[in-house]
Design a protein around this ligand. Sequence first.
Ligand code: TYM
Length: 333
Amino acid sequence: MEKEKKILYSGMQATGTLTIGNYLGALKNWVDLCEEYECFYGVMDLHSLTVRQEPAQFRKTAKNLYALYVAAGLDPQKNCIYYQSHVPAHAQLCWILNCFTYMGELNRMTQFKDKAARHEDNVNAGLYTYPVLMAADILLYQADMVPVGADQKQHLEICRDIAQRFNNLYGEVFTIPEPYLGKAGAKIMSLQDPQKKMSKSDENVNATIYLLDDRDTIIRKCKRAVTDSDTVVRYGEDKPGISNLMDIYGSITGKTAKEIEAEFDGRGYGEFKMAVGETVADELTPLQKRYEDLLKDKEYLAQCIRENDAKAAHAAQKTLRKVQKKIGLTESL
Ligand code: TYM
């Protein structure tokens, strides 16, 4: 039987505070696409364990992430927003897929190499098999489409390879998912070093706009953003700082680079940076207000989590059982 709507799957790690990179690269696209697809969004708390977490803070971070998804505009009555760790099928399918993934493939993952170099004291096996858990997340829900930022593209490719390998051996078990990358926001760069991706964990707080930064902070960070010594607002490889600000501005306003260049023709960097700051602040203020309100309504969030955990578990179990049968694992009698 044809599915009524295609399936969309995505998620974020429950660590730190979301940045405007997470928002423009992923969350905003999720909201734009959510009516068109049947959507599953995970609070990826198992992925967060590759870095040591302080338990009380971790619980809070995961709940705050759930509230941010909702505050950004994902309706938990229409979208299945759930906790990854509440659905055991993720870990179960991950183990099976580990046995269908080659070390040679995992050795090529640039994110593993980057993270291993940055955390030399804790290069654990979870960090290494991180992409396999991510493949399990996606394949359990038979996702057609996975909206992510550009840094996740390689993980989507390995997911597709694992799924294809499994299907070649056992028939059409998994849907092969397509990545979805937005036009302008797929890779938001640091405001202080536009050669580097904007990241939650940057030591320089001026490099990152956090979703919960207040208006003044956002404007100040935009004003201080590193740019070149020219004054012309133009998009180009030779102007990474300005191009990054144009990406931020463009992905919120929907304007193309050409339109932005025309808008700021002859107006200089100062005015442009101010406009970017105000646009970001205007976009985030209502989200922040909804977020504060949601955190006050503990029972509402708890009920959404309960209902959606059950819905996710039901969908995931169907695929897991299919996989187990195909490979010859028996059910408990
Ligand atoms: P995480 O939490 O690292 O990132 C969440 C999403 O934000 C995007 N992103 C960015 N986009 C543009 N510019 C940036 N500077 C920027 N920084 C982050 C990421 O590309 C991502 O889309 N491994 C995933 C979490 C995950 C997942 C999944 C995603 C686990 N299982 C299954 C999709 C499907 C991750 O990177 O999260």
